[in-house]
Design a protein around this ligand. Structure first.
Ligand code: G3I
Length: 385
């Protein structure tokens, strides 16, 4: 068992044993008198649940909308419980990291394919589709990009050629096997309703805004059958950002650029965005010519307590249901993917660092949580068509 998961499990067991007393100042107003008392109250107890999922998520969703999860090769290779969850409930995978430029390109001239190949082969063996993530991002880029950047001989055309080579080599290798690609990831600034809301990434600085358009054209040339997405965070909460993104997509489509979908990452919390705002976002998307994929769904609980309490478990179950319901209003919803398989594999849940988010559907001991049941119900009620 790997170090990260062991830490998570230990922490959970510690948390479950721990019942902390806290002092609560009780102020009661009684017939005009103020009575101040001190009462010892038990802090929230760990949630106890025994959930049985009768219908796999992929079946609850009815078949037209795929249900995916972000995965790591280490989980697939070493962890039978991880694989069992995945193979029972999901029919799509997204490589959480292995197809990012930083991991595929240890050096400028070569590619490291082992993990990406493993994931694509695995998906095919399980009859799952692959959502490729991601061709162009400013984060998780290889170290050699700094040297490339520092070389004055590398003008705009050199940057374009380098990016084109990267995109076409990757997409070409998996042509017909990777069903959809997040072609560009996080290319719009938060909170921007103006004319130049582009995120000022290294690609923007070196190539100019046309890198977005060209990335789609190059990807399409390498695999005309792949569905091509703009993927971003905050677009179900920041409607200015969504508006800018949708207008960008529409404008490029008007120029014949092959863009097929919007990926809502969907990293939300118990407390926001309000479900009405997600519904508004979906209503906005519905008037554009795009598929919708909730690409990175997880629901954080706050991170401040080391006890996954009954309150948090119930609130998270309600929240998963309402978020799924809101996204189900997308007329062209084609996929919902969670960003990870279980809490022990989540990028957000770091007990060893004192960060407790429990954002996924299965807990650190691989047991389905109450939100897994509400997720399944919401899929069958709202998503299955
Ligand atoms: O592979 C190295 C390993 O060799 C090294 O020992 C270890 C030490 O920290 O780091 C490993 O790399 C980590 C990598 O994940 C693989 O596990 C990086 O440090 C870590 O920063 C990286 O985090 C990923 C993050 O993207 C990078 O920004 C998360 O796993 C991944 O969930 C997250 O995913 C992003 C999406 O791609 C885009 N949307 C937001 C989402 C969350 O940030």
């Amino acid at each position: 068992m790997d170090r990260e998961r062991t830490g998570a499990l230990d922490s959970k067991h510690r948390a479950r044993k721990k019942i902390t007393a806290m002092l609560v100042l009780v102020i009661a107003l009684t017939a005009g008198n103020i009575i101040v008392g001190i009462q010892v109250q038990e802090q929230a107890k760990p949630a106890v649940y025994n959930i049985s999922l009768e219908t796999p998520f992929k079946e609850a969703a009815g078949g037209d909308v795929v249900i995916g999860a972000a995965v790591h090769t280490w989980g697939l290779k070493t962890d039978t419980q991880y694989r069992a969850i995945l193979e029972t409930h999901f029919n799509s995978i997204t490589p959480e990291n292995e197809m990012k430029m930083g991991l595929l390109r240890p050096n400028q001239t070569g590619f490291y394919w082992d993990n990406a190949d493993y994931l694509v082969n695995y998906a095919e063996s399980q009859n799952m589709t692959v959502h490729g993530h991601t061709l162009v991002w400013h984060s998780q880029v290889p170290g050699w990009l700094d040297e490339f950047s520092a070389d004055p001989a590398n003008d705009r055309e050199a940057w374009r050629a380098m990016l084109k080579h990267h995109i076409q080599t990757v997409v070409g290798r998996y042509a017909g096997r990777v069903h959809a690609w997040d072609v560009v990831n996080e290319v719009v600034e938060m909170g921007f309703g103006g004319e130049n809301g582009y995120r000022k990434t290294v690609w923007y600085e070196k190539i100019g805004v046309d890198y977005i358009k060209d990335a789609f054209i190059w990807a399409h040339e390498a695999d005309p059958s792949a569905k091509l997405y703009v993927n971003d965070y905050g677009i179900c909460s920041d409607l200015n950002k969504l508006d800018f993104t949708l207008k960008l997509v529409s404008q490029l489509q008007g120029q014949g650029v092959p863009i097929h979908g919007i990926g809502f990452q969907g990293h939300v919390s118990l407390y926001g965005p309000p479900v009405d705002v997600i519904r508004q976002a979906v209503a906005m998307v519905n008037s554009y010519d795009v598929d919708v994929w909730v690409t990175e769904l997880d629901i954080s609980v706050g991170g401040k307590t080391n006890i996954y309490s009954t309150f948090l478990a119930n609130r998270q179950a309600t929240r998963y249901a309402e978020v799924v319901e809101a996204f189900s209003r997308a007329e062209r919803l084609v996929g919902i993917s969670t960003w990870g398989v279980y809490d022990g594999s989540s990028w957000l849940h770091r007990p060893e660092q004192g960060v407790f988010q429990w954002p996924l559907l299965f807990d650190e001991a691989y047991a389905p949580k109450p939100c897994a049941a509400s997720f399944a119900t919401a899929l069958s009620t709202h998503v299955a068509r």
